[in-house]
Each structure stands twice: as C-alpha cells, then as structure tokens.
Design a protein around this ligand. Structure first.
Ligand code: 26W
Length: 816
C-alpha cells in the first residue's frame, strides 16, 4: 500500500503553495493551503486514475454510464484522503507544520450539484461502484451555480447564488480533447436514396459540450472511476458582425444563450416545471454522454451491435430519458441500422429507476417545445409512440384504459416515465413498498404487460462518508471491537449485536454520542447563537421541505407540547431539542411559509424562560452534505414521518440508523425495511399504513373536520396559526397553512397529507420515546442494535443488487 512520505509530502505541499500563489508557504491563507493540499492529493490520485483507465481498455470491460441531472457529492478533500487511506498520516504531517486538516477541509465549498435524495444517492452509488472496482462513469452537468445557499432572514428563507467555482475546483480536469457537438433546433430533411430514408438535420444551432472529469476514488483499492460533468460553450465566443455594427449585446447574445444552458441547477425536487431551459439541459448532457460513449466504444470495436454487451446506460429518474431517442438517432442516422435492430439494441442498453410517485413530479413535455427544440428526436419519439400503441392494441385490442395508461404521447405531450419504461429492459423502484406501489398503482398497466422488467432495488448510503468520515469516534470504537472490515463490508456490523447487554460497551457508546452532540451544539451556537442542552434528546428532521414529508406535523406537535407545558409548567418531560434542516424550492410558497413558522415558533419557545429549557427548537441554516455530516452522528431521534406511500425510500433514515439514532416514523419507504432489521421495539412507529392512505385517496373520504371538532387541544393549536400567537401583528401570516389543514366543507381535500389523522398517534410515539429515553441503558441498547442492523443499508449492497440483476458488470481489480 502506497504511503505518503513525510518529507516528500511537505516539500511537494510547499512547492505547490509557491507555484499556485507565488508566496512563501508560511504566508498562505487557509484557503490557499486547502487548494495546495488538494493539488497534492490530486497529483497522487491522477496516477491511479490513469492506471485504472488503461486497465479499462486492456480488459475491454462492460461499462456503466450512470446518467443523472444531479450529483450531490459534498466535499472531496477529506473523502479522497480517507479513500486513499492517507488521512491519518496527512493529519499528522500537517499537525507538525502547525496546520489543522479540519480547518483546511472546511475551506472547501460543497459541490452542491443536486437537490436532495436523488442527487445524493447518485454520489453514494459512485463511491460504492469505485470501492467495488466496477467500471462506471457518472454523467452529469457542470452547473456554474449549484443548489442555492439558504440564508434565514427574520425567519424567512432567502436564496443566494452558489458560485462554487469562484476560485476554481481543484479536483476537476478539463478534457478539451473529448469536446463534442450538440445540435438544437433546425428542421429535418428526408432524403430517399432508393433503398432507405436518410434524415438530415438542417439549420440547427451548435453547442460545444466540453467535459470536465472528476476522480471518484475507491476505498483502499487504488481504483479511480470518473464523474464526467459537461459544460456548454459556444463555438464562436463573440459574434463579430454584430460587434462591428456596434450591437455589443447582440454580439454576446448567442454566447450568453449557450452559456446559460449549464448556468444553474433547477432547485425543484419534486414538482416538474415546463421550463424550456430544463429540457435543453437534459438533452445537452444526454447527447454529449451518449455520443461520447459510442465514440469511445467504436475506437476499440468495429461493430456497433456489440454495444449490447459492453454498454449500459442507467437513467436516474426520467430527467435523462432522452437517452433512448438519442441512442436511436445515432444508430439510425449515423450507423444506418434499421428501426428494429436499432430498437433492440437501445432497449437492451437502457435501464431506468423511478424515485417518486408524486404526480406533480412526473415529467411531461409539450409537443411544441420538444418538436421545435429537438425536431429529429421528436420524430423518433413519435415513431416509438406509434409502434408501442400498435403493440398495445395487438395485446389488448381497443382497451382505451391500457392505451391511456401506457401511451408515450398523449394530448400532445410526451410522458417521460412511459417513454422510459417502453425503452428500457429494466425498471426499478428504490424500496420494497415503493416498488410494490409502482407495480400495483402508478405503472400497473406496464407491470401487467412486461412484469419481467420490474424489480426492487432498495437504496443505500456509503458508510465511508456517513460513518467513517462523519463519525470518527464511533468508527474507531467499532474498529476496536470488530476490526475495520465494515468499511468495505457493512454487514460485519452485525458482529456488534453481542454487545447489546454489555453495560460497559453501552456506556462507551453513550459517551461517543454525547461528544458528537457537543460538537453539533458548538456548531449551533456558532451559527444560530443558541445554547442547546446536550443532555436533552436531540430530535432531528433534515430533508427537503415538502408537504408530504410533513415537517408541518413536527412543528404542530411542538406547538401542542408547548401549550401543554404552558398549562402544566411542571409537566414531566425529558428536555427536548428539536432540530430542523430543510431547503424549500424557491417557487414553493407553502414550503417557505412552513420554514417561517418553524422559526417563529422557535423564537417564542426558545425565549420563554417559564418552560425552563425543557424545549429548544433549532433551524439549521443552509442544510447541505457537509453540515449533515455533523448532524447524523449527534442525533438520537430520526424523524421519518412522511404520509405513508409518499416517500419512495428516504436515505437520511439510513444515515441516522448507522449513527445510532432511533427511527420515529411511519411504515413508509425504507423505514419498513429498517424496522424489519431492528424490530418495532427498537423504533417508534406510528400512523396509517400506505394501503390506508391510498384507499382514503381513492375514496376521497377523508376530512379532518371531525378530528378538529372533537379535540379542543387541536383547535387551540390550529387557531394559534391565525390569531397572531406566533406572528404578532401579522395574524394572517400563516393563513395559508391554516387553510391547508382546516376544511371549509368536508369535500375540499383539506389536510392532503393526513397530518391531523396521524396526529394523536404521532403524539403517542413521542411519549413512548420520552419514556424509553429515561432508561439510558435500554436506549443505548436500542441505539447499538440500530447500528448493528444497518449493514443492509450500505450502498455497496445496493450496487451489488443492481450489478447482479440489471448491470452485469465485472469487477476490475487494479492492485497488482
Ligand atoms: C422534475 C423535478 C424533479 C426533480 C427531482 C422531480 C423529482 C425529483 C427527484 C426524483 C426527487 C427525489 O429526490 N426523490 C427522492 O429520491 C430518493 C433517492 O431514491 C428517495 O430516497 C426519496 O424517497 C425520494 O423522495
């Protein structure tokens, strides 16, 4: 195993400081030292990266192209040092130079090229693919601005641009030699050559797709895969004619138009929006990725038909689904295959994962936008639609229901999920209950027609980042007890189960949790100016703000508890610190209002001396991957409280579990499988089941009217939303939230996500947690059993499932 040599490391580090900044090392700022250290690490990584790719060629291995609009990677320096197993040595070397590695790591801006679950899952997958030595490429977009930075101003979310590339990103390499052309607009000319039609795009706009490669380092195996993110550049950086005419804006117009394609990540994570630029982003990176994959293949092969054995394109939700018609275009128009052969190749190379059942998230693109922007792609989609309708008719005759259910084009809009399933050999959900809902509800017709395509692949998360790196105290404790095998085989955590009755071990575990709570308390004091009691229960809900995730139910419960405390100041509850972290899509006003409500309640409760510190509420600003790594190790209760059937899987639930927090949640998404692993006695489960929720939705027979009428404490709590209790001289501020819950009549669909229906059971679950927490060894025992039971939720297991059933990749062992 290679090891950094102290002196070599020091001289290289100091050389780089001087080379990059023409200053003496001792004069460098922390940020400059961060860049220099990153360059030293990148220097080492690129050699292994090159070797890995030379092996790819030699082995002619089957490769995965994971197409995703989002990769929420988080900081790279610390993770890369850990994965090349040099973190401890480098920390020592720097210590001797009077430099703190943590301080340098804190200089790095999170590459926040994603919104939430889908983007972070893609990042965990890349870490596992590299650690398991599978040849794979992440394919995405190099957004100049990632997910907005969140500032809380007077309790309200304010969005700030995330100019993460301001001072450059030390782990990317611009690969100009792989630049390719992406065509937009124009029209299709059809030429008959006596035998077949040739489709030629004319009068189109060309955009240069320039790739930037980011190394994805495997843990301890010197295996380095590539995340390739594409940037859009104009062929002409200035329109001289316009310039000569003095039309300076005109001269830059085209340039700006092209550059804007990759300017910014759309900050919506569960509701579509028909913005043309979004479609342009989707086609841009998909076309560049598919073209390059085919070009790379044909450099080492002479028969395009062999791609079925050597290439698999995996589509991370519907956003990259234009890969299907794009591959068809290349096979038909550039390789002259006939439709049947091209289709058979395409459908054997494409696979699709669905991540949500929320109807508002299922993408549909109007014909006019698609046809004008992508005339050839539109033609191919139309032909795919025509042929699939013929097949459906052959199979089911004049069954309009089936036709409507599976049509790719309907009412002049392209249903991207139907295109995905029609054009893929594999379709999977991301947790057992979610996949069952896809089969029985959302994609029922497709499942009936092609059941063999469907499978479940329960999500997972990488323990390298979310345990080894985020929670070094626990990682060391585990390694001391069962060795370090868990780092690449998390199922070995089961070896901790026998400690469940070892009081001494449980005390050590509690001490580690306490230290992590103190670390988070320090962060909260620094950023929020709030002093939290580290002997209180740390009860955490961190995820995107969305009504179906029911952060509103969480804050309503706190309001309800506060009312009880005001009525009975001596109410015997364990001191509680409720911690929230959540970004709301900028256009999602009710989500933003919920953030304001959480902060408004916090202001009142946190400044109420009468309740004697029994309750504290903290809203962590700008929730992202790097502060998440501080939060999971400190948590004791993991709030996973979505209305059952709505959360496809969840992944924060897994990160909390492997850090010893107990799940308080509904039987939704992967919570179901977490409970299967640890038993209901080591979690706090409440609320309706997915079946109950779905049947109420179908019957449209739920209204919270009775619940409100029968429970004065509920009425009191709801009235506080509109009587100024939390909004002072703006009593109407939270009216919209009040109206979303309180029906005008029993048919108006109030309380869409059944908050009031599940409320009393939610209170019961919290009271049970309060009771259990008082018995420290019982709690620590449950905490240990959650850690020990988390093995299944490693993304390594998930990747092995995908490889076994869908991708059929072979490991490529580099180490000689
Ligand atoms: C069109 C706008 C848009 C953007 C992103 C719609 C939908 C999305 C994503 C699919 C939303 C998302 O992140 N889904 C989450 O994916 C996680 C990874 O599988 C799951 O764990 C979460 O349950 C799911 O909400």
């Amino acid at each position: 195993m290679f090891e950094f040599d102290k002196d070599k490391f020091r001289s290289r580090f100091e050389d780089v400081v001087t080379t990059l900044y023409r200053i003496r090392p001792e004069d460098a700022t922390d940020e400059q030292k961060y860049y220099a250290l990153s360059a030293v690490v990148q220097h080492y990584i690129t050699r292994k990266w090159l070797e890995t790719h030379e092996r790819f060629q030699e082995e002619d291995s089957r490769k995965l192209y994971y197409l995703s609009m989002e990769f929420l990677e988080g900081r790279a320096l610390g993770n890369n040092l850990i994965n090349i197993c040099q973190d401890k040595r480098v920390r020592e070397f720097l210590d001797e130079m009077g430099i703190s590695l943590n301080t340098l790591e804190d200089q790095e801006r999170d590459p926040a090229l994603g919104n939430g679950g889908l983007g972070r899952l893609a990042a965990c997958f890349l870490d596992s693919l590299a650690t398991l030595s599978y040849p794979a490429y992440g394919c995405g977009i190099r957004y100049k601005y990632g997910l907005f930075r969140q500032k809380i101003v007077d309790g309200f979310q304010v969005e700030l641009p995330d100019n993460w590339l301001k001072n450059g990103y030390p782990f990317e390499i611009r690969r100009t030699e792989y630049t390719c052309e992406v065509k937009f607009g124009g029209y299709v000319e059809t030429n008959w050559d006596g035998e077949r039609n040739h489709f030629v795009l004319k009068n189109y706009d060309s955009v240069q797709a320039v790739p930037y490669d980011i190394p994805i380092v495997g843990y301890g195996n010197d295996f380095v895969n590539t995340l390739r993110v594409w940037d859009a550049e104009p062929y002409e950086s200035l329109d001289l004619d316009e310039f000569q005419k003095g039309n300076y804006n005109g001269a830059r117009e085209k340039v700006n138009f092209v550059n804007s394609i990759t300017d910014v990540l759309y900050p919506n994570d569960s509701n579509r929006f028909g913005k043309e630029l979004r479609l342009r982003q989707q086609y841009f990176f998909v076309s560049a990725s598919v073209q390059t994959a085919i070009k790379k293949y044909m450099q080492h092969h002479d028969d395009i038909r062999g791609i079925r054995d050597k290439i698999v394109f995996h589509m991370n939700d519907t956003h990259p689904v234009l890969a299907i018609p794009e591959l068809m275009r290349i096979l038909l128009d550039e390789y002259g295959l006939d439709w049947a052969e091209a289709w058979s190749l395409t459908t054997s190379c494409c696979a699709f994962t669905n991540h949500t059942i929320m109807s508002e998230a299922l993408e549909k693109w109007p014909r006019d936008i698609m046809e004008e922007m992508l005339p050839r792609i539109w033609q191919i989609i139309s032909e795919i639609d025509r042929r699939s309708k013929v097949a459906i008719k052959e199979r089911y005759g004049e069954d309009q229901g089936k036709m409507y259910g599976m049509a790719v084009i309907w009412d002049d809009s392209v249903r991207m999920a139907n295109l995905a399933i029609t054009g893929s050999y594999s379709v999977n959900g991301v947790a057992a209950i979610h996949t069952e809902i896809l089969k029985k509800e959302v994609f029922r017709d497709f499942y009936e027609m092609t059941p063999e395509k469907f499978s479940n692949k329960t999500n997972g998360v990488t323990q390298r980042r979310f345990l080894l790196s985020a929670n070094p105290l626990l990682a060391e404790w585990i390694t001391d007890r069962i060795g370090s095998g868990w780092i690449t085989d998390l199922t070995q955590l089961a070896g901790l189960k026998h400690l469940a009755d070892d009081e001494n071990a449980l005390k050590e575990l509690a001490a580690i949790k306490k230290k992590n709570k103190e670390r988070l308390a320090e962060y909260i004091y620094k950023n929020n100016g709030i002093l939290v009691n580290t002997d209180s229960i740390f009860d955490v809900q961190v995820k995107r703000l969305h009504e179906y995730k029911r952060q509103l139910m969480n804050i309503l419960h706190i309001m309800h508890l506060y009312n009880r405390l005001k009525d009975e100041p001596n109410l015997d509850i364990v001191p509680h610190t409720f911690i929230f972290g959540a970004k709301a899509a900028p256009a999602y006003s009710r989500a933003k209002l919920t953030i304001k409500l959480i902060n408004a309640v916090a202001d009142v409760v946190n400044n109420d001396a009468a309740i004697a510190e029994k309750l504290k509420i903290v809203f962590i600003e700008d929730y992202c991957v790097s502060n998440a790594e501080l939060i999971f190790p400190a948590a004791e209760i993991s709030e996973q409280i979505s209305a059952a059937s709505k959360e496809a899987s969840g992944t924060s639930n897994m990160k909390f579990m492997m850090n010893g927090a107990l799940t308080l949640g509904t039987m939704d998404g992967a919570n179901v499988e977490i409970v299967e692993e640890v038993g209901r006695e080591n979690a706090f489960i409440f609320g309706m089941s997915a079946e109950e929720v779905i049947s109420h939705e179908k019957a449209m027979d739920y209204s919270p009217g009775d619940i409100i009428r029968q429970d004065p404490s509920i009425r009191r709590m709801l009235l506080q939303l509109v009587n100024g209790f939390y909004s002072g001289d703006k009593p109407e501020l939270f009216r919209d939230i009040y109206q979303s819950l309180v029906p005008v009549n029993d048919q108006d669909g109030a309380d869409r996500f059944f908050i009031l229906k599940d409320f009393s059971d939610y209170i019961r679950a919290h009271e049970e947690a309060d009771r259990r927490y008082r018995n420290a060894s019982d709690w620590n025992r449950a905490s240990l059993l959650n850690i020990a039971g988390s093995g299944r939720f490693s993304s390594d297991r998930t990747i092995e499932d995908y490889v076994r059933d869908i991708w059929h990749l072979k490991k490529l062992n580099t180490r000689q």
